[in-house]
Design a protein around this ligand. Structure first.
Ligand code: GLN
Length: 476
């Protein structure tokens, strides 16, 4: 069994044709994880009992010759911001070091109902705040493509596990780029669906109006398969959309000839690495050769995206993280003499530096006297950023740009410079603010062999076109 190269499609076929059993596959994956993951550090928790129980259910089905569900026997890893019943869920924080949730995140439950096997929980930046995975309370993840470099973040473990072949596919979350940017850094596919496409029930909240769950996979087709399983209305999340879920695998098979692809001028300016530019441009040429019409466009409010994102995301985070008070879940400081001392010390001792920085920024932006100047202003600019996309989508069917301005940077290179770390998200935060879908697909590498991602953005609920274009970049 060549575990490192298995895709969802090939795993499914091998299990259906009885080339191997789900149980032997799971055993193989745990051996690989135990041998190789200590160096990468993508996994925080393994759930072997749960995985083998599910594998046996799949093996029973296969033995009976019963029809197999779409993800039958496919080993997954889950970013540790999604709660899993009976399996520790830390969100990368010391605050939740011993937190064992009493229920499952909807996306995880849907994966398992479709036959997937959950191997374990994956490392990430604390509460998904970061771009390099270096904000995890449990230590960083190394990029399997170059172990001196970061895997990106905040879904660093989710991207690294797919790149290292220690999971066939994973789930991540994207609030400002955290699925697409690590996918780009690790050379895998990362899909952020439309806001509301996938239920957020059981996703430990960072910024609720920006949080999305989505898959990281080896191929675009695999991303389509996972999306179909996890998408769709969930009564437990009132923001999940009641919009029909198409057969993405089928729809993405349509040729791309005749599609109009917009190239936003603002995404190719200063700060874009020349190697990244060359690889993205070669991806664009492939689309042109496949018959796409390439249309120069402008998204004029792009320069305001990073400040807008960091006002809104921190404001929402400061409200969401108020629940971690030492009473309800997680860490509680010892020997506090008063209630307020217990609150203060629990939060002081269990939150990391970046989380504290964001709670303070967000509380400031929401406080009376500053609310209008910062938060309300940011909400207005958010509307302008969304209308940039609406205008563009009157002329084009999708937008293509770099995912990130550079390839993976070195570990520790940016830890002391939060502003330069924030700039790693310049090309990704706009889609989160507008709620539109986006994907990062590998399109080449730098001279030193580091992967580079190309990003495709689409209209609300039009993941099919996004997947179609990404597949054309991937295959030609
Ligand atoms: N890197 C961005 C941040 O630090 C995005 C994080 C995310 O998408 N979860 O906020």
């Amino acid at each position: 069994m060549d575990l490192a190269n298995l895709t969802i499609a090939s795993t499914r076929t091998a299990i259906a044709q009885k080339e191997f059993t789900a149980s032997s596959l799971v055993k193989g994956f745990y051996e690989k994880i135990k041998a190789e993951d200590p160096e990468i550090h993508a996994y925080l928790t393994l759930c072997e009992e749960r995985a083998f129980a599910q594998a046996m259910r799949i093996d029973d089905l296969a033995a009976k010759g019963a029809p197999l569900p779409p993800l039958a026997g496919v080993p997954f890893g889950i970013k540790d911001v999604m709660v899993t019943k009976g399996v520790r869920s830390t969100a990368g924080s010391k605050m939740l070091e011993n937190f064992v949730p009493p229920y499952d995140c909807t996306a995880v439950a849907r994966l398992e109902a479709a036959g997937a096997i959950i191997l374990g929980k994956l490392n990430c930046d604390e509460f998904a705040m970061g771009s390099s995975n270096e904000n995890s309370a449990y230590g960083p993840v190394r990029n399997p493509r170059d172990k001196t470099r970061v895997p990106g973040g905040s879904s660093g473990g989710s991207a690294a596990a797919v790149a290292a072949g220690t999971a066939v596919a994973t789930l991540g979350s994207d609030t400002g780029g955290s699925i697409r940017q690590p996918a780009s850094f690790c050379g895998v596919v990362g899909l952020m669906p439309t806001y509301g496409r996938v239920s957020r029930y059981g996703l430990i909240a960072f910024a609720s109006s920006l949080d999305h769950i989505g898959p990281l996979t080896k191929t675009v087709k695999d991303a389509a398969t996972v999306l179909r399983v996890i998408a769709g209305r969930d009564p437990m999340d009132s923001t999940s959309a009641d919009v029909p879920v198409p057969d993405y695998e089928h729809e993405m098979g349509a040729p791309v000839a005749g599609l109009r692809v917009g190239i936003p001028r603002e995404y190719f300016g200063d700060g874009l690495d020349s190697g990244v530019r060359a690889a993205v441009e070669s991806g664009i040429s492939k689309l042109q050769n496949a018959g796409c019409e390439i249309v120069p466009i402008s998204l004029p409010h792009t320069p305001y995206a990073i400040p807008t994102y960091y006002v809104i995301a921190t404001a929402e985070a400061s409200a969401n993280l108020a629940r971690f008070d030492g009473v309800r879940y997680g860490y509680r400081a010892k020997n506090a003499r008063t209630l307020s001392e217990m609150y203060r010390r629990s939060r002081d001792e269990a939150f990391g530096t970046e989380v504290k920085r964001r709670i303070m920024l967000g509380t400031y932006a929401l406080s009376s006297g500053y609310y209008d100047a910062y938060y309300l202003k940011a909400q207005r600019v958010r509307t302008l950023l969304a209308s940039d996309f609406e205008t563009a989508f009157q002329k084009v069917d999708a937008i293509v740009a770099p995912t990130a301005p550079t390839a993976a940077f070195k570990l520790a290179e940016k830890v002391d410079d939060p502003l330069s770390m924030y700039l790693a998200d310049v090309y990704t935060v706009t889609a989160d603010l507008a709620g539109i879908p986006g994907i990062s697909v590998p399109c080449g590498q730098t001279k030193s062999g580091l992967p580079i991602g190309l990003q495709v953005l689409g209209r609300h609920f039009d993941e099919s076109t996004v997947l179609r274009i990404a597949a054309a970049v991937e295959h030609h």
